[in-house]
Ligand binder design. Sequence first.
Ligand code: NAG
Ligand code: NAG
Ligand code: NAG
Ligand code: NAG
Length: 648
Amino acid sequence: MQLATTTLLLLATWPQQQQLESHNLSFVRDVLHNAAGQQRWTNTPIFLNSYVQREQMDQLLHWLHNNLSVASYQFDGTQEQPDTYNPLRNHIKNDALSLLFCHSAVEHIWWHLDERLSRLRQSKLIISLDALQNQLALRNIFAKLWSLQFMRVLVLHRQRIYTYTPYPSVRYYEIKLEHSSQLFPHHMPHNLHGYVISTPAQNDLPRVFRLRDERTGVLLIRGYGYRVLAEFLHRHNVRLIISNAGEILNLESNVNMTRINKLIGENKLEITMHPYVSIDRDLGILSYPLHIAQNCLIMPVRNEIPRFMYLLRPFHWSSWILLLFAVIYISLALYWLRPGLGHSPGLSFLVALCQLLFLSAPNHTYAPSLRYFLVALQLSVLGFFVTNWYSNQLSSSLTATLVGEQVNTFEQLIAQQQRILSKHHEVRMLLEQVPPHLKQQVERLVIGSEAGEQVSALLHFNVSYAYPFTVERWQFFALQQQYADKPIFRYSSVCLGAPVIGYPMRKDSHLESPLKHFIMRIQSIGLFQHWIVSDFNDALNAGYVHHIDNTRSFKALDLDAMRLGWFILLGGWLLTAVVFLGEHHYNHHHQHHLPVTSSLIQLQAIDRNTQNQPLKRGATISTQSTVGREAEQQSSRATSAAVDIKMQ
Ligand SMILES: *[C@@H]1O[C@H](CO)[C@@H](O)[C@H](O)[C@H]1NC(C)=O
Ligand SMILES: *[C@@H]1O[C@H](CO)[C@@H](O)[C@H](O)[C@H]1NC(C)=O
Ligand SMILES: *[C@@H]1O[C@H](CO)[C@@H](O)[C@H](O)[C@H]1NC(C)=O
Ligand SMILES: *[C@@H]1O[C@H](CO)[C@@H](O)[C@H](O)[C@H]1NC(C)=O
């Protein structure tokens, strides 16, 4: 019993006894002094475990403040948990140099180091490892450092200085204080000596998609997502291994970004070649944006204007009314000028119409007056412009299919009950962007689906839905209808925010900073547009996309296209019929009431002359007197002919 107590006591006091030897602070100071001679820094976060003696530490702090004039922060793992939303990064710059005093690679203080120095991995770090530890602990420390992606590190152990390189695999080595001109290694060297990155490639048109070379059967990957990353890795001498190269993907399949992001969060993936709009901040980070792309709804084109209405399209209705008034006005002007038209208002109207239509006038004007000459000059210029304008506008309309008003607001979307097909995990993101007062109504229109279903519905031109996609995808999909007579989809202005699109990667990835500079450079060159077009051709050959049917691109004007003309003709006929009936009625009326006495007298005369021909009576009743006489003669001729026939 007593033995046990003494052992416990001994154990409790053991660290105190070892303090002096475990961390040689004067050596740490030497190294700091040397580092300050190479490059100054302004902040020193210090991470302590309980093995370091207070007085020595105070001396070091004092020296840091007075001799190197740097500010220091102390963390000993007993403070409250670090606020992940407010890391040191928000307060200090990259020119910090941190100190960590530790006993092994599995201490709580490492967690503090990780959290506090989040997004500060390019700053320098000096680790003082307990001198009582052996080489194995040293190796573990470096493995830990690499797993946290600290690159610019020195580890001090028994008056020796070690550093490491993870390229192509983690390897540490000793450096001498006296001989090194550059104590800390670069954050990321340009050459990574064949470092290996293994990541899957799925289908995600047009960012990444796979196809087989028809001749060699080799797996090819296309899409700007792949191209940018592959080019970046190639530049840095990194080997890219496609982890699912053997897998056979069908055309309809689509990358499961939930799964990829989860793999990144579990540290099973370092980076993915699939650009995406987000990754949970607990799982990883997004690289520097490849795009900041509008995310809007791809809408089916509807409300097509019938071809026969094209005749009215070239002019706005106000222009048509203006032209109508122009005809009346010109008729009046011509009537007043009277250039050999006599006093006919009808002829003036016809001439006005001809002038406006740039046709030759129905009358000839010999030796026109100066006044008439000036007016006619203006009229022919007007006629020339109006007719050419009209026919040019009309012919350009006929080359395409015109559509009327399209869905361009959330209100129209709701009014038309246009359903939206969205990926399951993006529904929430989508609804966040809808104006709050319309949210409930839009929510009813949103239908969740798997990513693959959604893309294949769009690629099969299923017009039952609208699809939320970023503009860079639309540019690609829209190439399918580039030659089409009639577009099937259009990019509406019902937009759902403008997300940034970048590569999801692990937290504090060593690739983040070089990738950022690389992306900046290729953006300034403008390779994206080039890639989109060349990728489209590859996707077309591999059968992912299709040009939509454009065999009917020439369409002759048919009877239906002339419908407006038929209506006008029909209207004209109706009008003539009405006028005819009117005239007829007018004449009938006059015949019955004015020449009534003369007709009666005539009838009596006829009766007296031709008693033996009752047939003639009916013929003469409704005709005028002259016509009656002709008919009388004709019928007598007819009867004599009949008599002739009988005689023969
Ligand atoms: C601490 O390091 C210094 C060199 O900077 C060395 O002279 C001294 O002996 C070391 N002390 C111990 C206890 O190892
Ligand atoms: C730096 O510290 C040393 C003691 O370690 C002291 O002698 C010296 O005066 C200091 N230099 C400055 C510039 O404060
Ligand atoms: C995508 O991955 C998540 C997480 O692994 C899984 O729950 C989901 O079922 C997957 N979706 C598909 C379509 O495979
Ligand atoms: C479009 O999708 C709906 C619902 O999934 C389906 O009923 C319809 O048949 C599809 N239309 C075409 C043309 O594929």
